[in-house]
Design a protein around this ligand. Structure first.
Ligand code: NAP
Length: 159
C-alpha cells in the first residue's frame, strides 16, 4: 500500500480538523494518483470532505470504532486487522495522523508533498527522514503557488 500526504517542514499535516493549506496543483495530483483506486482514511478526515461524503470514483475504506457510524458510499472497519483483510495492495492511505501511523508498517511507498513552510499544527505525519526504514527514491523540482513553495518527494521502504 501507499501513503499520500502533504507535510510542512516539521512534518505537520493539519490543525483544528483541517488541512494546513490547499494548493490546486497538489489537489489535482492527489486526484490523478488516487482515482480508480481504494482510499483508506480515518473518520475525522472523512469529516473534512465536502458534506462529509466519501471521495468519488474511489472505493472508500473508513476506520472508526463507532458502531453506529455508517456513511453512505463507504465501507467502515472497526479495527486495523479487519481493514487490512479487505484492503487491496494498490490502496492509498490518505490520512489523518492516526491512520498514517497505524498503517505505516504495511506501506512500501509514501507520495509526499513537502511544503516549504511551517504552520501551527496539532497533527503530524511520521518523520520519514528520521526513520531508517525509508529513503527518498524520487524528488521533483520545486513549484510555487501564491508565494508558497513545495515539491513532490517519493519515499520507498528499504527495511
Ligand atoms: N496534510 C495531509 O495530507 C492530510 C491528509 C489527511 C488528513 N489531514 C489532517 O489530519 C487531521 C485528522 O487526523 P486525525 O489523526 O485527527 O484523525 P483521522 O486519522 O482522520 O481519524 C481518526 C479517527 O479514525 C478512527 N480510527 C483511527 N484509528 C483507528 C483504529 N486503529 N481502529 C478503529 N478506528 C480508528 C477513529 O474514529 P472514531 O472516533 O469514529 O472511533 C479516530 O477518531 C485533520 O486535521 C486533517 O485535515 C491532513
Amino acid at each position: 500500500m501507499k501513503l499520500i500526504a502533504a507535510v510542512d517542514q516539521n512534518w505537520a499535516i493539519g490543525k483544528d480538523g483541517d488541512q494546513l493549506c490547499y494548493i490546486p496543483a497538489d489537489l489535482k495530483r492527489f486526484q490523478a494518483l488516487t482515482t480508480g483506486h481504494t482510499v483508506i482514511l480515518g473518520r475525522k478526515t472523512l469529516a473534512t470532505f465536502p458534506g462529509g461524503r466519501p471521495l468519488k470514483n474511489r472505493r472508500n475504506l473508513i476506520l472508526s470504532r463507532d458502531p453506529d457510524f455508517a456513511p453512505e458510499g463507504a465501507e467502515v472497519f472497526r479495527d486495523v486487522d479487519s481493514l487490512l483483510a479487505a484492503a487491496p495492495a494498490d490502496a492509498f492511505v490518505i490520512g489523518g495522523e492516526s491512520v498514517y501511523r497505524a498503517l505505516l508498517p504495511w506501506c512500501d511507498t509514501a507520495c509526499l508533498t513537502r511544503l516549504h513552510h511551517t504552520w501551527p499544527a496539532d497533527v503530524w505525519f511520521p518523520n520519514l527522514e528520521a526513520d531508517p526504514c525509508w529513503q527518498v527514491v524520487q524528488e521533483e523540482a520545486p513549484m510555487e503557488h501564491e508565494g508558497l513553495w513545495f515539491h513532490y518527494v517519493t519515499y520507498g521502504r528499504v527495511l
